[in-house]
Structures are given as structure tokens and as C-alpha cells.
Design a protein around this ligand. Structure first.
Ligand code: ARG
Ligand code: ZN
Length: 885
């Protein structure tokens, strides 16, 4: 654990490295407690750096055994060596070599950064700064080197030895029980993309022939016995490889592409060159153990990591401030892939739901930061929804602004110009400015100003003139360190329709401001704080469909009438806005109910909304997945975000519960009939259409059961008899909302059935952690003593503690403060072992300032207890300090 007084790293202080490392030869002898690493580095002074500077290599908790410069031993004590740094004063002015021997203890590595053990395997995680836990190095993404790696191990301990690139040799070491493998990666890469895996693993193999006819060997390595569960991931990989050729013109470049699934992993997955390492949650799937959502996520994460090969690996980041350059862009690419593989409309709704649930609260709270941050204390805390999800929205918005053709041309230029380099956001944006002939200076503000812009729109219809005037006003609240914001460029995709769904042409006069380009594309650009537009030739007051497809990551405020919203829900030709209209309607209703409940009254009932949903159900056979999205209703956190301040989670829960009950009783017959009509028989297929039917069927049962006790019988029967996980877990999830014997029976039966399937047991913990009842915390405390629980497995910790903190709004925010105290205590406990996971858990407090005063006080007190600890990791310290700022 680093203890030096932290100084922020600033983008403005970027300097090129003083030395470059052209070649890295690693010789690694794997051993559980004493792995020996010999790193032979070829260095030279960087012409762009300072001449004659000391060579300062990064380390993190290293044990140096030996050090040679150009073959001559260096006195370890005469040079400045600490576990965290190796300084060589005035090294040669011409190319030189260093040989560094370190010794590691992978079994003792609980941070899961650098070289560690997961199950029976050795594996690595180097992004962002894990390589310095393996050897002393210039651990920064703008130092690109060609790697050769020799791995040696006991044959029985690690019969499989993998690293980046292509394998050039492998053999038993004669006269011993050991063997070795040599891997060579011809593509220069930053050290965060280094990886090795050693272990006794099973595998499935396949091949892929690239567009230019090269054959690539594909392998997915998993725990023995799990091989069949990797088949879907392999299928997704091949589809992703083809798609990147067809849509972005990107071919794979090595002869081998390997993926390894491990069970102990801090994040989702990692794009190491030619050797992706995955959390097994994003590889393993069988119909019996994985839900439809799991399948969709596997497809997306497989694609994401594969797409990094070009956006991240061939072109990497100059420094960690540019993280969105690879992450935002790669998330955009995986969103597009999923949209092409599934329903584009439904994917868009799901992606925006995620953005609003994860990123909007971040942007509205104390942890708000730019998509490209200006400074950081701990880079691991910037793998955020802002960098990833909002970063992806910025790319999408760029495409909306310049058009699909120019977007593709810009991407091509970017690949051609920066291949093999470590690039910046400016260089990326400049490619699109160049091909489109557009000045993107104002667009770049999206990268340097945090906060979610608010766009307020007012409409005035003049019947005599048959004209509609729209007044747009943009603003953005202040965020930490940013009191004043400059206006953003905001593309608003717009449509005008009649109440029975006819589409009006967009017609403006010469003085009304919309350009021919805007009229043709239907995309209005806001660049100033205000803009007024008038549309003509409108014989009736039109329904205004604003921000179609969610064309910009903003929050929109427009007082559409209820009639308009009902008409849009029925007819909008933009399916995103058809969904959005239903959500807006529900949100308004829920907000009114919250008010009434807090004033001591009852929730509002609204037969019109129930009626609108009846129509959605009637039309649902055409698009079940879409109907399921409408039925999902805004979540508790969505409602809290809309309320924004003085939030009372209990009132929100009560309002939402009342609405669900009203729907369940108002539409009991329809829901029951729909449930029956969508009954499945036959084999499981993870495709989007089948998943959509299951989603609708389960949404129907969920709402039905909210008001009808016999729903529980249906849910229990479904839980018991469903052959596949999606329906099984849906049944259990419904039962979990209703205290009683059925629920306890079901949880017990589930555990018995799945006790040897860790990913299924994660779901078991998570569902119980989310039970929205007093007593949830007692259940969680008891579950922590369950033999299957372990705080040191990140998936398990997230399943129980994370699901509680992020998903159980009423109990995490229990008015006695017990939820806050519990999570704060766990964070402190976990921080000693795995700071990254601990810091992420603490992120659950990100909206604490928006709570009503009593809870706010309790949340603050819990955060103050965390900050008062004097042995905090930099990770947790950074989050707690910013949270309290
Ligand atoms: N680059 C990986 C991905 O997006 C995430 C790695 C994050 N690692 C970390 N230590 N924060 O797929
Ligand atoms: Zn990524």
C-alpha cells in the first residue's frame, strides 16, 4: 500500500518520457509463492525527452534481487531502490540495456493487480498500473515496446502457458518435471496490455478466416469441465471479428487470439493483446445457468474486448487522461455491434437506461468529472460510467452531427494516421474535423466540461398562422471545480406528428433559422444558450417529438401535454420516443404520488395510464421486447434522480409499489392472458426475439403478481419447473418481493440445485440482498457467514454487498443509518485486501447529498468515519474525499 502524501497527476503536466523501451524480454519462472521475473529491457534516450535525465522506473511493492546495466551488475544499494521506485542516476546517453530480477508472491496478491492466483491458475491484470507490480518499468501508456516472453513452470502446476502474440516455442525441460513456452508479440504495445496465464485449464478451439484470407486460431480457456459453457462466447467472438471487418474495415492481425476466463477479477474483462482475460461471468453461459441478459452481456463484452484490438491496442492512449479515447469509442462500437445483432430500437432503450441509471447520478453528484478528466489521484477510480458510457454517447453524437459517411471516413483516417502510436482526444477529433470540414472546437467542450446539460423547450402554436414556435434554452449546473459552463453543441433530433400519428414535414421560413441541412436531417443543432425556431404549414397543433433516439446525453424538460404523451406512446415513429413518452408519463405520475405520500396521503391513480398500457399490451405481439421495456417502469433510482433533492426513498418505493399494484389489478386479465399466451416449450435459444418474448412474459407475471396473490403460485410453479435460468430466476425474483414460506422454500431449493455453479450462486446472493424489506440487512449479515460467501472474491462481494448498496434503495437508505454504517464498515474491511473493489463499493454513496436532511446526515457521518481511518488506500481515500467535498 502506498503511503506517500498524494499529489494529483495533471493533464497539463504531461511530458513525453525521457527514455523509451524498444524491447522487453521477460523470463518468468512461475511459482505460487516465489515467482522469479527477469526483465531484459532495451532502452534509449527519447529524442523528445530531457537529455541526461535520471531514469526513474515505476514499481509497486517489488522485491529487487539483481540489477545489471549493459551486462554489468549494479550495486542495488548505490542506486535508489524502493519497492515503489528504481532510480538510475545519469544512465548512458546512447542505447543501453537493463536486466532486472524481481521476486513475486502471486498467492499473497489480494489486490488482483499484477500477477496473482485465481483458482488454480496464475493470471495478470496490468491496466492501469499493474505491470509495475511485476517489474520496474516506465509504466505509462506512451512507452511502446515489442515483447518476448518465456514462461516456465512445473508441468503439473501449469500445463498451459499463455502470453501475448504468437507462440514461437514450447517444450519440456529435459531431466526435470518442468516445461516452458515462448511467446512473441510483434506489435509494439504499452505494458498495461501485457498478460500471462498459466494453469491447468480446459479449452475450446476454433478458427476464423479474415477478409484477406488469413487463418486465425481461436482459443477460449476455462476451468476443466466448463468447456461447453464457452461455446456462446466463441460464437460471439467470431461474429464480432466479422462485424469489425464489415462495419469498420478492421481485420485481426495476429495468428492467434486467446481468451481466458478466471473467477477472481476486479472488472469485467481486459483486452491484453492477443490474450484477453475475462471475468468468467462474461464467458460462461448455459441455458441452465445464464439469463438472457447474461447472454447479451457476454456478446457485448466479448465484442468490446475484441474491438479494443484496434481502438486501444493498435492505437493506444498517450496518457490515462485519454482513457475515453479507447473506452468511450470501444463502448460505442460494442453498442453498435449489439444493435446490429439484436433489435436496434430495444438496444438503444437499454443503453440509455444504463446511462441514466449509472452516469447521470455520477454527473449530478460529488464524483462528477469530465469525460476526459483534468487531474486524478487514483486512475483506477476513473473507469467510470462517465468515461465509458458518456464517452460512448459523445462518439454517437459526433456521428449524428457529421453524418454516417463522414464518420466512417474520420475513423479510417484515424486508423491510418495513428496506427502504432499513443494518441490523444484532440488527434482523434481532428480527423473528423478534417474529413467533414467542420469546426469541432465547440464539440470538444463535451470532453472538458462535466455535468449533464439541461435543455428546456417551450412550444407555442399559432393556429391562425399554422405555425409552431419552439424556444430552446440550454444550461448546465455547476459541478466540482466548474462553476461556469460554456454552451455545448447539442444535436436535437426532432419530429412533428399529428395526434393520430401522421408525420408533418419540417418547413421553416427564411427568417426562422433552421438550415436546409437541419430540415433534411431532422437534427436541430443548439450551439447558443437560446434558440428559437418556427415551423410552418401545420394545420393542427402537432405533437413535438424531441431528442429522438436520445440524440444527445442531456436531460430534456418539455411540458408535453398528457394527450401528447399518450399519442406518442401509441404512434411516435421513433421507437425510442414511443418508449420515452410512456416513461415520462409514468414518471410524472410517480412524482405526484411521492408528493402525496410524503404529505400523508395515498398514491395517485390514473386510469389513462393503465389504458395506455393496455394498448401497449395489445400491440405487444409485434415487438415483445419493446413492450417489456415499457412495462419495466422507471426504477426507484430514476425517480430519485428526477426529484433531485430532499429525496425520501421510502416514499418513492411506496409510490412505485402502488403504481405496480394499480397496473396489476387494472390489467389483471390482460397480463394473465399474455402470460399464458407466451408460454414456451422446446429448446432454449438466446436470440433477441426469443429473449424478448421471455422478457415480456416475465414482466407480465411480475406486474400481475404485484396485485394478485395467485401470481405467487404461478411464480413458484415457474420457478420450480422452468428448465432454463431466465425463467427460473424471474420466478424467484417475483417471489423475493413477497415475504412468506414460498420465498424461503424457493431460495433453499435454488441453493441446493445450483450450489456447484458459482455464477448462479452470485445471483442467489444478489436477489436476497435486494429484498426491499426491513430485515434485509439481518439477512445479509447472516449470509456473510454462509460457507459460500467470500469477501475476497469480487463477484461474490459485489453480489451481496454491491447489490445491497446499489440496488436496495430503501434498505441501504434505511432511516436508522444501518445500511450506511454496514457498507462503510465493509469498505474499510475490504480496503485492506482489495482497494479497487472497496473504492467501487463506496461509490454507492455518490448521491448522498440529494437525500432528505435526516438520511443525508447519517450518510455523511458514515463517510466521515471512513475518512477518519488513517490507513486508507489511495483508491478509497480519493473517493471518500471527493464524496465529502
Ligand atoms: N480496459 C478494460 C476494459 O474496458 C478495463 C480494465 C480496467 N482495469 C482497471 N484496473 N481499472 O475492458
Ligand atoms: Zn474497454
Amino acid at each position: 500500500m502506498r503511503t506517500d502524501v498524494a499529489q494529483p497527476i495533471r493533464l497539463a503536466d504531461y511530458r513525453p518520457p525521457d527514455y523509451l523501451i524498444d524491447r522487453v524480454d521477460l523470463d518468468i519462472r512461475l511459482d505460487r509463492q516465489a515467482t522469479r521475473v527477469i526483465a531484459r529491457l532495451k532502452l534509449r534516450p527519447n529524442p523528445q525527452g530531457k537529455t541526461g535525465a535520471d531514469l526513474v522506473l515505476d514499481g509497486d511493492g517489488l522485491r529487487l534481487k539483481r540489477l545489471l546495466l549493459d551486462g554489468a551488475p549494479l550495486d542495488i544499494h548505490a542506486n535508489f531502490v524502493t519497492p515503489d521506485r528504481l532510480t538510475i542516476a545519469s544512465p548512458p546517453h546512447e542505447p543501453f540495456s537493463l536486466e532486472i530480477e524481481t521476486e513475486l508472491n502471486p498467492a499473497a496478491n489480494t489486490q488482483l493487480m499484477g500477477l496473482y492466483r485465481s483458482g488454480s491458475a496464475y493470471c495478470t491484470q496490468c491496466e492501469a498500473e499493474g505491470f509495475r507490480r511485476i517489474t520496474y518499468f516506465l509504466d505509462r501508456p506512451d512507452v511502446l515496446s515489442v515483447y518476448s516472453v518465456r514462461l516456465e513452470a512445473e508441468q503439473t502446476d501449469a500445463p498451459i502457458l499463455l502470453s501475448n502474440g504468437n507462440r514461437t516455442a514450447t517444450a519440456a525441460i529435459e531431466g526435470t518435471s518442468r516445461h516452458f513456452a515462448v511467446w512473441h508479440d510483434p506489435f509494439p504495445k504499452p505494458c498495461y496490455l501485457f498478460a500471462l496465464v498459466g494453469g491447468d485449464l480446459g479449452a475450446i478451439h476454433d478458427t476464423f478466416t479474415t477478409a484477406s484470407g488469413r487463418e486465425v486460431q481461436l482459443g477460449i480457456y476455462v476451468e476443466h469441465g466448463k468447456e461447453p459453457s464457452a461455446a456462446y462466447a466463441m460464437d460471439a467472438l467470431k461474429r464480432a471479428m466479422r462485424w469489425d471487418e464489415e462495419v469498420f474495415g478492421r481485420e485481426y492481425d495476429l495468428d492467434v487470439f486467446n481468451i481466458v476466463a478466471v473467477s477472481d477479477f476486479n472488472m469485467g474483462a481486459m483486452e491484453n493483446k492477443g490474450l484477453n482475460v475475462f471475468n468468467d461471468k462474461y464467458i460462461l453461459a448455459s441455458p441452465e445457468t445464464a439469463t438472457d441478459t447474461d447472454y447479451a452481456q457476454i456478446e457485448a463484452v466479448i465484442a468490446h474486448e475484441y474491438f479494443h484490438n484496434w481502438t486501444g491496442n493498435r492505437i493506444t492512449c498517450r496518457d490515462w487522461f485519454q482513457l475515453c479515447l479507447k473506452e468511450g469509442l470501444t463502448v460505442f462500437r460494442d453498442h453498435e455491434f449489439s444493435a446490429d445483432m439484436r433489435s436496434r430500437a430495444v438496444r438503444r432503450i437499454a443503453d440509455v437506461r444504463t446511462l441514466r441509471a449509472q452516469q447521470f447520478p455520477e454527473d449530478a453528484g460529488p464524483l462528477a468529472h469530465n469525460v476526459r478528466p483534468d487531474s486524478y489521484y487514483e486512475i483506477n477510480n476513473f473507469y467510470t460510467a462517465t468515461v465509458y458510457e458518456k464517452g460512448a454517447e459523445l462518439i454517437r453524437m459526433l456521428k449524428v452531427l457529421i453524418g454516417a459517411k463522414a464518420f466512417r471516413a474520420g475513423m479510417d483516417l484515424y486508423f491510418a494516421r495513428y496506427d502504432g502510436t499513443a494518441a490523444t482526444v484532440e488527434q482523434f477529433i481532428a480527423c473528423f474535423a478534417e474529413v467533414s470540414g467542420r469546426d469541432l472546437t465547440q464539440f470538444s467542450r463535451w470532453y472538458s466540461q462535466s455535468g449533464t446539460p439541461l435543455v428546456e423547450v417551450e412550444a407555442h402554436y399559432d393556429a391562425a398562422a399554422q405555425a409552431l414556435t419552439l424556444d430552446f434554452r440550454q444550461s448546465c449546473k455547476k459541478t466540482p471545480g466548474q462553476d461556469e459552463k460554456l454552451p455545448f453543441v447539442i444535436p436535437i433530433e426532432l419530429g412533428l406528428l399529428s395526434h393520430d400519428g401522421k408525420i408533418f414535414d419540417l418547413v421553416t421560413g427564411p427568417q426562422d433559422g433552421a438550415s436546409a441541412h437541419e430540415l433534411a436531417t431532422g437534427v436541430i443543432e443548439l450551439t447558443e444558450p437560446r434558440r428559437r425556431l418556427t415551423f410552418h404549414a401545420l394545420p393542427e397543433r402537432p405533437v413535438v417529438s424531441l431528442l429522438r433516439g436520445f440524440s444527445a446525453p442531456i436531460s430534456l424538460c418539455y411540458a408535453a401535454s398528457e394527450d401528447d404523451l399518450i399519442a406518442q406512446t401509441a404512434h411516435d415513429s421513433d421507437s425510442f420516443n414511443r418508449w420515452q413518452a410512456s416513461q415520462t408519463y409514468a414518471t410524472r405520475l410517480l412524482l405526484r404520488s411521492v408528493e402525496r405520500i410524503r404529505a400523508g396521503g395515498a398514491a395517485e391513480s390514473d386510469p389513462r395510464f393503465i389504458d395506455a398500457l393496455r394498448h401497449v399490451l395489445k400491440a405487444s405481439p409485434a415487438d415483445p421486447a419493446f413492450a417489456a421495456q415499457v412495462l419495466a417502469l422507471p426504477g426507484e433510482a430514476d425517480i430519485a434522480r428526477e426529484i433531485g433533492a430532499n429525496v425520501d426513498p421510502d416514499a418513492i418505493f411506496a409510490a412505485r409499489k402502488a403504481l405496480r399494484e394499480a397496473i396489476g389489478s387494472g390489467l389483471a386479465d390482460e397480463l394473465r392472458a399474455l402470460y399464458a399466451s407466451l408460454a414456451e416449450d422446446g429448446a432454449y435459444s438466446p436470440d433477441a426475439a426469443a429473449a424478448g418474448r421471455r422478457a415480456l412474459r416475465n414482466a407480465a407475471l411480475d406486474l400481475y403478481t404485484a396485485a394478485n396473490p395467485d401470481g405467487r403460485t404461478l411464480a413458484e410453479a415457474q420457478f420450480t419447473h422452468a428448465p432454463f435460468m431466465t425463467d427460473k430466476i424471474a420466478g424467484l425474483g417475483i417471489l423475493a418481493l413477497h415475504a412468506g414460506a414460498e420465498r424461503e422454500r424457493a431460495f433453499e431449493a435454488y441453493y441446493e440445485f445450483y450450489k456447484n455453479e458459482p455464477l448462479a450462486i452470485d445471483k442467489w446472493f444478489a436477489l436476497q440482498a435486494a429484498i426491499p424489506e426491513a430485515g434485509a440487512l439481518e439477512r445479509i449479515r447472516a449470509l456473510m457467514t454462509h460457507p459460500a460467501f467470500s469477501l475476497s472474491n469480487p463477484n461474490r462481494a459485489r453480489a451481496l454487498i454491491g447489490a445491497f448498496a446499489a440496488g436496495n434503495q430503501t434498505q441501504f437508505n434505511a432511516p436508522d443509518g444501518s445500511g450506511y454504517d454496514f457498507v462503510a464498515a465493509i469498505v474499510l474491511q475490504l480496503d485492506e485486501k482489495n482497494p479497487q473493489v472497496a473504492a467501487r463499493l463506496l461509490g454507492a454513496f455518490k448521491s448522498w447529498r440529494a437525500l432528505e436532511p435526516h438520511r443525508r446526515g447519517l450518510a455523511e457521518a458514515a463517510l466521515r468515519r471512513v475518512i477518519a481511518q488513517n490507513r486508507l488506500s489511495p483508491d478509497v481515500k480519493d473517493i471518500v474525499e471527493r464524496s465529502l467535498n
